[in-house]
Design a protein around this ligand. Structure first.
Ligand code: NAP
Ligand code: MG
Length: 477
């Protein structure tokens, strides 16, 4: 049985109800988490506020940094344990679960070093004045975390918020809570004051909604679906609470005829099969220059057929999807594509030893997908790659920008001038040239335009979003 973690103490939910924890590799229940409600959020926000007022805001920036560094080291010491927890909870192949634990430690390392490097400015003003700016924390920040990369998204969001001087109330996705409860325990062990990191588990429409509505929450960081992102922003707007929204994407990988295909092919495949395609920055649309379209699809098709899908602990190319409803969602996209006569180039294979009760989906490469079809427009969040051909650079940019999203784009070309030209024209938060970092790069500011959201997390840039700026004008004559 797992408990909420509030004020450094494991506590049951006030409802006394629990939610089953399911292993996606076999569909079996193996643990329980608390089904919390608004009362539990009240409790967590009170604990956080008290911590902010009496402890956290009194720590010097360097001291805060040392605490974050101690947590980073502690996470590294426990990285195998954390990876094992995440693997079972989310169905992650071993290499992915380990990579997530390493990234979590790295986020706290990065933000540990940033704590005492965030500062304001002095501004020239009228004669007889001195003007300065202070970067101040919002206070108590709320963090609503999705199930696809709980440890990584906790690291980037909570790490940045704490570094900027905030204290945090965290609502993980009900499908992926266990690693974050453990990380909060580790934080307590290394000396985080009670109330600095609070974890409250439960359903989004209950406890997530209560968190977003709570008047004691001074900033909300949300990562998840566009529809829930809209709700969060509406709820926050009612009390003018700032929000950072990371709402996913339909990211294009654009391959020109002069590209180094030996480098591009494995990166294109990884960008869509990593985490079974359940990655907000998955490269889910493949735009290929007409002259190399057929040979590249042939090559990718051969590689897709070799992809193996199975239980997380087998550490194959692809693990299960998070839950049955996600599996049904992906299948519905593929059914719709079939009905629209969209062709399949190739599929990977689910291994025979995979339990029928697990949530498996073979990676699928679709061809000649119409730009406007829903499989090319909406976030599938599964290992489905949509290939389409383009005529020239203008056409490539037109297709790339023709979705509601704008999170990440990849461009493969040897032409240096084109690299800059096209990077400027793509409407997205990140552009990778001759590489693709699905979710990667702790140092790299990350976030979207259009329906991919707004605000930036990761990198130093995130600290500006987790602070508010106060301008102080002193007239001294
Ligand atoms: P989701 O509903 O947006 O969930 C994201 C987070 O929001 C979870 O913690 C969820 O809690 C919470 N939540 C749900 N309803 C809420 C509400 N009314 N108020 C406050 N919080 C709420 O996403 P999902 O249903 O898990 O996945 C659906 C689709 O969203 C996916 O297929 C994918 O396209 C997209 N998605 C994108 C990302 C990303 O990284 N951009 C991540 C996850 C999902 P519970 O899960 O506990 O209900
Ligand atoms: Mg789970």
């Amino acid at each position: 049985m797992q408990f909420n973690f509030i004020a450094n103490t494991p506590v049951p939910s006030s409802s006394g109800q629990t939610i089953a924890v399911v292993d996606p590799s076999d569909g079996q229940t193996y643990d329980e988490i608390q089904r919390s409600n608004a009362t539990d959020i009240d409790h967590a926000v009170d604990a956080a506020r008290q911590c902010f007022d009496t402890a956290w805001s009194r720590l010097g920036a360097a001291e805060r940094g040392r605490l974050l560094m101690r947590l980073s080291l502690k996470i590294s010491e426990h990285s195998e344990q954390l990876a094992a927890i995440e693997q079972r909870d989310c169905g992650k192949p071993t290499r992915q679960a380990r990579a997530d634990a390493v990234a979590l430690a790295r986020y706290f390392e990065f933000y540990a070093g940033a704590c005492d490097k965030l500062h304001g400015e002095t501004i020239p003003y009228l004669d007889g004045y001195s003007v300065l700016t202070w970067r101040e924390p919002h206070g108590v920040t709320g963090h609503i975390i999705p199930w696809n990369y709980p440890m990584q998204i906790f690291g980037r969001s909570v790490g940045g918020a704490l570094a900027a001087g905030n204290v945090c109330v965290v609502k993980p996705a009900e499908d992926a809570c266990l690693s974050l409860i453990r990380v909060a325990q580790l934080a307590a062990e290394v000396g985080f004051p009670a109330g600095a990191i609070n974890i409250v588990t439960g359903y989004g429409h209950e406890v997530g909604d209560a968190l977003a509505r709570h008047p004691g929450i001074d900033h909300i960081s949300f990562t998840g679906s566009p529809s829930v992102g809209t709700l969060i922003q509406q709820v926050a707007a009612a009390r003018h609470c700032p929000v950072t929204l990371e709402l996913g994407g339909k990211s294009p990988q654009i391959v020109f005829a002069d590209a180094d295909l030996d480098a591009a092919v494995p990166a294109i495949i990884n960008a869509i099969v990593q985490n079974a395609g359940q990655t907000c920055s998955a490269g889910s649309r493949l735009l290929v220059e007409q002259s190399i379209y057929e040979p590249l699809l042939h090559r990718l098709g051969q590689a897709f057929e070799k992809l193996r899908v199975g239980p997380a602990t087998l550490d194959l190319d692809v693990g299960p999807l998070i839950r049955q409803s996600q599996q049904q969602r992906v299948r519905k996209f593929l059914d719709d594509a079939r009905q629209a006569n969209i062709g399949t180039v190739a599929q990977g294979q689910v291994v025979d030893s995979a339990p029928a009760s697990g949530f498996y989906q073979a990676p699928t490469l679709l061809r000649d997908v119409p730009v406007t079809h829903r499989v090319a427009q909406e976030e599938v969040f599964g290992p489905v790659l949509c290939a389409m051909a383009f005529r020239d650079e203008d056409h490539a940019v037109e297709i790339a920008n023709a979705t509601q999203f704008g999170l990440v784009a990849g461009v493969w070309t040897a032409d240096g001038a084109r690299q800059f030209r096209i990077a400027r024209r793509l409407r997205s938060g990140q552009v990778f040239i001759n590489n693709y970092g699905a979710g990667g790069g702790v140092e790299l500011p990350f976030g979207g335009v259009k329906s991919s959201g707004h605000g930036r997390e990761k990198g130093f840039e995130a600290l500006y979003g987790f602070t508010t700026l106060k301008t102080v004008a002193i007239k001294h004559g």
